[in-house]
Design a protein around this ligand. Structure first.
Ligand code: AMP
Ligand code: ZN
Length: 459
């Protein structure tokens, strides 16, 4: 049995795929105006665990992730500045350059955390035509109205608008005083924003409504429909999306396709630091690179996240991270002492208990407890080795291949790796070779593997 907590119904539901063994999964991706922080990455680790558990259960997952590279304003109430243009001013680079740079850095972080790459990456700016088409269809069905600064979605036209968030829209209407501008209802949101007459935006496009750019929510409805169809299995994101972004995605898709977009809605809870949310805009954020610079390997962060259920908030502190490192190293040392035995099979009872845990709404803390029991068990070491190999398909900690000499990658070597990943993507092979040589000068050998580059310290 496989079951997940569905935020839409607020219940644990047995998972049944909509279309046989194929499962469609859409995860809201990063806004690439800055680096991802370890809180964002907690959410992507949760989604990676979900995908691994689905695959473990025999499903063929198609995983789609968007890259928000336009239209996400500093305020979720459709006011303020486009975060990309703001990031451009902060860094002195063009909005297009910072989008490419932070996308690359994000993808490098995923690789460092053994997060499987989505099958489809889709950038908002590559799908302007799909978004315009989508808005046109909504407009034709009379779900929109125009103001002086854009085209808006009229949420009062959807009967159960905000059901996902359990919003009391009447209460909101009565309580609304600020931030309405020309909006008719507080929950209405922009589908298309016009470029302001006095401003020259770096990212803008012609549209039937005027030159401008798409609102933040439309990209997900449009790209999900393009790659997964109008109704698919699972949609996920962080808990902040329960209130605004996901209700808006649902409203748009209901208006155009009459579906609620996804059968399951799943949300990862926040990473907190000093009891408040870690946020890109809050100046309290730590990156994977920050942890590395402090001497922690990225997989320590993955292991830290496995210790808490995805539906509970998790507090960061350095002592707890140190505890995670010590525990991970104990686990590795144990596995190192179990030589592989080709004749040994995984222990069925242990695999069944581990499977029960992960299939019960991704109960990784319980799965880890089973893992420690395996370590302490008196099963033959070859059996323990084989069983751990099964567990690690979910845990993703490289437990069977770990070697004690594995070391953290220093920041300057990581910068070379990131630059080389970009060079390879852009087919600048000579640059890639020069960067490999540079890494060698810094004492690291780069290997290209199907999972991306791996750097090994030369001893
Ligand atoms: P953003 O790049 O801000 O659009 O966020 C990327 C993803 O990270 C989204 O799914 C957010 O819901 C999620 N997220 C943002 N802040 C946190 C946090 N402190 N802890 C966990 N997830 C977060
Ligand atoms: Zn989204």
């Amino acid at each position: 049995m496989l079951r997940f907590f569905d935020t839409y119904t607020r219940t644990l539901r047995d998972f049944e795929p909509l279309n046989g063994p194929a499962v469609g999964m859409y995860t809201c991706g990063p806004t690439v105006y800055d680096y991802a922080h370890i809180g964002n990455l907690r959410t992507y680790i949760f989604e990676d665990l979900l995908r691994r558990v689905l695959v473990f259960n025999g499903y063929a997952v198609k995983h789609v992730m968007n890259i928000t590279d336009v239209g996400h304003l500093t305020s979720d109430a459709d006011s303020g500045e486009d975060r990309m243009e703001k990031g451009s001013r902060r860094t002195g680079r063009s909005a297009w350059e910072i989008a490419a740079m932070y996308t690359e850095a994000f993808q490098a972080d995923l690789r460092r955390l053994n997060i499987n790459e989505p099958h489809v990456w889709c950038r908002a700016t590559d799908h302007i035509a799909e978004q315009i088409d989508f808005i046109r269809e909504i407009e034709a069905r009379s779900f929109t109205y125009r103001t002086s600064d854009g085209l808006y979605f009229d949420t009062s036209r959807v009967d159960d608008y905000g059901y996902l968030a359990r919003l009391n829209t009447e209460g909101l209407q009565a309580g609304a005083r600020v931030e309405m501008a020309e909006k008719r209802h507080p929950t209405d949101f922009a589908l298309w924003k016009f470029s302001a007459p006095e401003e020259k935006r770096q990212m803008e496009w012609a549209s039937p409504w005027g030159t401008g750019f798409p609102g933040w929510h439309i990209e997900c409805s449009a790209m999900a429909a393009r790659y997964l169809g109008p109704y698919f299995d699972i949609h996920c994101g962080g808990e902040d999306h329960i209130m605004v972004h996901h209700p808006n995605e649902i409203a748009q898709t209901q208006a155009r396709h009459g579906t609620r977009l996804a059968n399951f809605w799943m949300h990862g809870y926040f990473l907190q630091i000093d009891s408040s949310r870690m946020g890109k805009s809050m100046g309290n954020f730590l990156r994977v690179q920050t942890l590395i610079d402090e001497g922690y390997e990225p997989l320590v962060w993955r292991f830290f996240c496995l210790g808490a259920h995805y539906r509970s908030k998790l507090n960061f502190n350095w002592e707890a991270l140190e505890g995670a490192r010590a525990a991970l190293n104990r686990l590795r040392a144990a596995v190192l002492g179990w030589p592989a035995d080709a004749a040994a099979a995984p222990d069925a009872a242990f695999v069944a208990r581990f499977t029960d845990a992960v299939n019960d709404d991704l109960n990784l803390p319980r799965a880890l407890a089973v893992t420690w029991e395996l370590v302490r068990s008196d099963l033959p070491s070859g059996v323990r080795h084989a069983t751990m190999g099964v567990f690690d398909r979910i845990l993703g900690l490289d437990l069977l291949t770990w070697k004690p000499e594995a070391v953290a990658i220093p920041a300057e070597v990581q910068a070379v790796l990131d630059a080389r990943a970009l060079a390879r993507k852009e087919r600048r092979w000579a640059d890639a070779d020069a960067l490999r040589a540079k890494a060698r000068d810094l004492g690291f050998e780069i290997e290209d593997t199907p999972q991306g580059q791996k750097a090994r310290k030369v001893t």
